[in-house]
Design a protein around this ligand. Structure first.
Ligand code: HEC
Ligand code: HEC
Length: 293
């Protein structure tokens, strides 16, 4: 080894050491203190259960006590309590697929908030506190029988006072869903909206994006055929009017949630949790010959 090699090796070592030091140092802020660790409640939370709570928190699939005395209230005014009614399956509220979901006497207005960006920009603790807070929220006992989107929308449109409905554990499950388990629909399809809520409309395009259709066919054969048949038309879903293919092509905003977290109240549980597999499946189901309307 020449002196030059030795020098080179020494410098390489010092340089590598500096890199390593830099990498370790990255976890610290300017004052040399580490960012606070995520709360234990969040780390231990179950985002899959959070997804089911988001759909309909009092369903049996979430483990909800079926002797809860408020069950009749939730059932009779379900759209006033389901997160998905006010924030959408895509978490985009009235700026996403629910741009045309107008309120009725029996369901409130869709919120204009973008929960996806809210969830991304807040810490788990901030989201937890936002869900827990009572101020400005609707009491469970609020009278919803007089709700009228034209003349009396204020109370019904408010977010329920979930701090009095959920345990801390359930709130953490929801936070984990919002931050980690909810699928970012932009990986699954493109969309364009026209007009404004509640009279606007949406069109979907590029369903499945860069997913692989033939691997999606294999996933369908492995996980869906047993119930839905080879062409997804064994029985009609969603009120008896859709094949699986047509449903996915018309409601791609919704199906990712059903396929990942299950169709509550039916025998269809969680089928596909991997996002790339979901993309492949989406891509496959755009084939209208194989999966007819
Ligand atoms: C009846 C409609 C309605 C329902 C149901 C509803 N929300 Fe909301 N949500 C709103 C409205 C309106 C706001 C904005 C005002 C506010 O923060 O109270 C909001 C705000 C939020 C925020 C932001 C809070 C903040 O402080 O910035 C989060 C997070 C959220 N909702 C999550 C959820 C989750 C999770 C559920 C279901 C467990 C849910 N919402 C159910 C209407 C609703
Ligand atoms: C164990 C049986 C079973 C399996 C497996 C299954 N499903 Fe389902 N699926 C059902 C039943 C039952 C329904 C509810 C039918 C109804 O009431 O409309 C349903 C509903 C649906 C719906 C309609 C959702 C809605 O909003 O109404 C879609 C879309 C769907 N399934 C797609 C799939 C796909 C894709 C797979 C495979 C990844 C799959 N299912 C696997 C039984 C199953």
């Amino acid at each position: 080894m020449t002196i030059r090699d030795l020098q080179f090796n020494v410098f390489t070592l010092i340089f590598a050491g500096l890199l390593l030091f830099g990498a370790v140092g990255c976890g610290e802020d300017k004052n040399g203190t580490s960012p606070p660790a995520d709360p234990a409640g969040y780390i231990n939370a179950d985002g899959m259960r959070g997804g089911r709570l988001y759909d309909e928190f009092w369903a049996t699939e979430t483990g909800w006590s079926q002797s809860d005395t408020n069950l009749a209230t939730y059932d009779s005014h379900s759209d006033f309590f389901r997160c998905k009614q006010c924030h959408g399956w895509d978490l985009l509220g009235s700026t996403g697929a629910y741009i045309s979901r107008a309120p009725r006497m029996t369901r409130p207005n869709v919120s204009s908030l973008n929960l996806r960006s809210i969830a991304a920009s807040r810490t788990p603790q901030e989201l937890f506190d936002a869900l827990k807070r009572s101020n400005g929220r609707r009491a469970i006992s609020a009278d919803l029988s007089t709700y009228d989107p034209g003349t009396n929308p204020t109370i019904g449109d408010q977010m329920p006072d979930y701090g009095t409905i959920f345990t801390d554990e359930q709130i953490w499950d929801l936070v984990r869903f919002l931050k980690l388990d909810a699928i970012d629909i932009s990986i699954l399809y493109d969309f364009q909206t026209t007009g404004t809520y509640p009279t606007g409309s949406i069109t979907f395009s590029n369903i499945g994006e860069d997913g692989n259709a033939s691997s999606g066919d294999s996933i369908f054969a492995a996980k869906c055929v047993g119930c839905h048949g080879a062409d997804g038309a064994e029985f009609l879903v969603d009120g008896g009017s859709y094949t699986v293919g047509r449903h996915l092509r018309e409601k791609p905003n919704e199906d990712q949630h059903k396929i990942k977290f299950g169709q509550l109240g039916s025998i269809m549980g969680s089928q596909v949790t991997d996002e790339n597999e979901m993309k492949d499946l989406y891509r496959a189901l755009t084939d209208q010959t194989r999966y007819p309307d």
